[in-house]
Design a protein around this ligand. Structure first.
Ligand SMILES: CC(C)CC(=O)SCCNC(=O)CCNC(=O)[C@H](O)C(C)(C)COP(=O)(O)OP(=O)(O)OC[C@H]1O[C@@H](n2cnc3c(N)ncnc32)[C@H](O)[C@@H]1OP(=O)(O)O
Ligand SMILES: Nc1ncnc2c1ncn2[C@@H]1O[C@H](COP(=O)(O)OP(=O)(O)OP(=O)(O)O)[C@@H](O)[C@H]1O
Ligand SMILES: O=C(O)CCC(=O)C(=O)O
Ligand SMILES: [Fe+2]
Ligand SMILES: [Mg+2]
Length: 338
């Protein structure tokens, strides 16, 4: 098949990879002329028929568990999110439920809240400006390929990876996001993660292990790092150094969509500046909650519950499910189970 003629612009970026044969495509939004992947009779597990992804894009996600779309979010929108983040750091705006986190290496220094000490803003569903990221039509158009038409925004983050202090705490250990989620099925959950500036190995880009979305959920816990680990940054317990990592080099506005079982993390920020990304985890509202008691997810449930009791004054009778129902928001279609 002639993809040039079909109007599909594919760019193979092998230069960005740590092993020459690793599979990674970076694609631009598909033009209207491209034949939809649903034209081809084939079995797909991880993507849905909806005429948005090209055959190449679908096959890539099916095989690898992630897909990068270049320049999906405009500079203008990203600058809006950056400005709002700065206002949050200056305490000019707040929102119910929003968590402002510092890196563990500086948390005990008790310095004044500023952009220089905030490593992450989480649960910004009540902040109109930041939450507008989650409803961007250009993002939802792709999300729908994984979740279907009834879309819930389940979890939101703006990550401001700080310059590493030398303790390597700016790393995010390799993990599967499903560890944090008490809902299923996993194939109807997807993360959208947008680079807010140029991101590469120097400032701690996202690292993925392609194809790991085909495996199962692994047990997670805190890695035994000498310099410390950030609260709730669990990693896979069977971490091996000789894994086939692929470093995702991204430009401002580039967006990666990835499966919640895909093993990923990020390295140290070796620069003096910050590394910003904004993300949302989406799920089909048709998903259902599960009880994680007696599973490998029980350890994170206990931590989240303890946090909710302390910060939101919720009683000890609450379940993890209630916390998720409370903070999730419908962004498209109908709200069903979640
Ligand atoms: C897929 C997705 C879900 C993946 C993820 O999101 S992974 C990360 C998930 N993280 C979270 O959900 C947020 C966790 N955050 C929290 O629990 C809180 O914000 C804390 C980190 C504990 C900070 O609590 P807060 O009360 O706001 O702050 P305080 O300044 O009073 O500190 C209370 C005690 O916590 C310590 N602390 C602060 N920041 C961190 C940190 N980054 N890592 C580890 N410990 C930290 C702080 O030193 C203090 O300790 P003590 O003085 O009590 O010993
Ligand atoms: N014990 C561990 N458990 C889970 N993940 C880990 C563990 N140790 C390292 N990682 C993760 O593996 C990835 C690579 O780790 P590494 O220490 O090589 O990163 P780095 O040195 O910061 O980056 P680079 O390799 O680009 O120099 C990072 O995402 C890191 O967070
Ligand atoms: O932005 C990063 O460094 C990775 C964040 C991440 O994977 C997470 O918070 O689940
Ligand atoms: Fe993650
Ligand atoms: Mg290294």
């Amino acid at each position: 098949m002639d993809f040039q003629r079909a109007g599909v612009r594919l760019q193979v970026v092998l230069g960005h990879l740590n092993r020459p044969s690793a599979p990674a495509i970076v694609t631009h939004p598909v033009s209207a002329a491209a034949p939809p992947a649903s034209c081809y009779p084939q079995q797909f597990r991880y993507t849905l028929d909806n005429n948005v992804l090209s055959l190449e894009q679908r096959q890539f996600y099916e095989e690898n568990g992630f897909l990068v779309i270049k320049k999906l979010v405009s500079d203008e929108d990203i600058e809006r999110f950056r400005a709002e983040f700065e206002r949050i750091c200056r305490k000019e705006v707040d929102a119910p439920g929003m968590i402002v986190m510092r890196d563990v290496a500086i948390a005990k220094l008790n310095c004044e809240l500023s952009e220089k000490v905030v490593s992450k803003v989480q649960d910004f569903q009540e902040n109109k400006e930041l939450f507008s990221y989650c409803s961007l039509p250009e993002v939802l158009k792709y999300v729908e390929c994984f979740t279907g038409p009834n879309i819930m925004a389940m979890h939101t983050m703006l990550i401001n990876k700080p310059s590493d202090t030398g303790k390597k705490t700016s790393r995010h250990p390799l993990h599967q996001d499903l560890h944090y989620f008490p809902f299923r099925p996993s194939n109807r959950i997807v993360c959208a993660w947008t680079a807010m500036e140029h991101i590469d190995r120097n400032n701690g880009c996202l690292v993925v292990l392609p194809g790991t979305h085909k495996g199962s959920l692994k047990p997670h816990g805190y890695p035994k790092w000498e310099g410390g680990v950030n609260k709730m940054y669990h990693g896979i317990l069977d971490y091996k150094q000789d894994n086939n990592r692929v470093h995702l080099v991204m430009e401002k506005g580039d967006t990666v969509f990835f499966h919640p079982l895909l093993i990923h993390g990020s390295g140290r920020n070796k620069t003096q500046g910050f590394r910003k990304a904004i993300s949302c985890h989406y799920a089909s509202s048709d998903c259902h909650y599960i009880d994680v008691k007696g599973t490998s997810q029980e350890n994170i449930e206990d931590e989240v519950k303890e946090f909710a009791e302390r910060h939101h004054g919720l009683g000890s009778g609450i379940e993890l499910k209630d916390i998720w129902m409370f903070r999730s928001r419908s962004v498209k279609g109908e709200r069903i189970n979640l």
